[in-house]
Design a protein around this ligand. Sequence first.
Ligand code: UDP
Ligand code: MG
Length: 339
Amino acid sequence: MENPVLTIVVPCYNEEEVLPETETRLSRVLNELVQDRLVSSASTILFVDDGSRDRTWALIEQFHISNPYVTGLKLAANAGHQNALLAGLMTAEAYSDCVISIDADLQDDTGVMREFVVRFREGYDVVYGVRKSRATDTWSKRATAQGFYKLMTKMGVNIRYNHADYRLLSKRALQSLEQFKEVNLFLRGIVPLIGFPSTEVYYDRLERFAGESKYPLKKMLAFALEGITSFSVKPIRFVTLTGFGFAVLSALAFIYALVGKFWGTTVSGWTSLILSIWFIGGVQLLALGLIGEYIGKIYKEVKRRPLYVIEKQMLTDVGKREYQQSAAEAAISIGGRYD
Ligand code: UDP
Ligand code: MG
């Protein structure tokens, strides 16, 4: 096979402290890959400036002049990590055979990129970078992150344990990703849904090289909530079940209250009052839950996720042409999403 064109996508938000080192290290890794003929010499590093307020973009411009590997993308405003990453991925898709996404802070071991590429060349479309341990994370970060993975799994969201956004995606995986038109973007949950052959590469998570985490606890909680509510209708189902539970309980209370009445142990008026409270409470919750179920359905529809992803095609020449043309048109309309 021809040497594949690789693009390394790096979302950056106020990363002036770490960026020079990131540029040096990524260029070195990429250069080695090019020298060893694992990737094409047309491969690049794409820094996505996510509306930084510091000198991040100025630095990227400097690198671009002095380093032929460096390209850049600047977002008009801070769109958040996931959206910045997507902007980079969708841009790189047009001219890359594979893309590796990595954070700017050098917490993910750049040394395993070589293994990513080797796996890709073996035929894998998705290569997940998975952390071996979290020894370098602070106690609170480790606890919240682990709680997050557990909660997500309980809520029925399929995500890789200890995998952040350090991964390789092939061109066709990117093209499929493009079909997920959701506004509530949670890439870690979406990538496993794409399918295609995938594998994992393990590495040690390091400490942030410089600067501070852009994900304080508040943002992490928001991120977790976003992940759950973008992927699961379980919270709604919980309301329905509770309502059902209360309705059943009200039947028991009904018997209890009637027995009490005939035994004469209650004051008058209590029976009817208490029964109404239980029954109406149960019915209300049940009704709320039911409405929720329908909203859940609407919510799924509104997202307009693709129902399937085509892995191979066996078409006539005319069919192929049409297919390619429609793919090209789709790419144009989707391209406008972050313009
Ligand atoms: N980031 C971004 N936009 C944001 C916040 C963060 O592009 O609004 C980038 C940031 O520059 C870094 C990556 O996302 O490259 C991960 O952020 P960080 O390392 O602060 O998160 P943590 O590793 O602490 O979870
Ligand atoms: Mg980090």
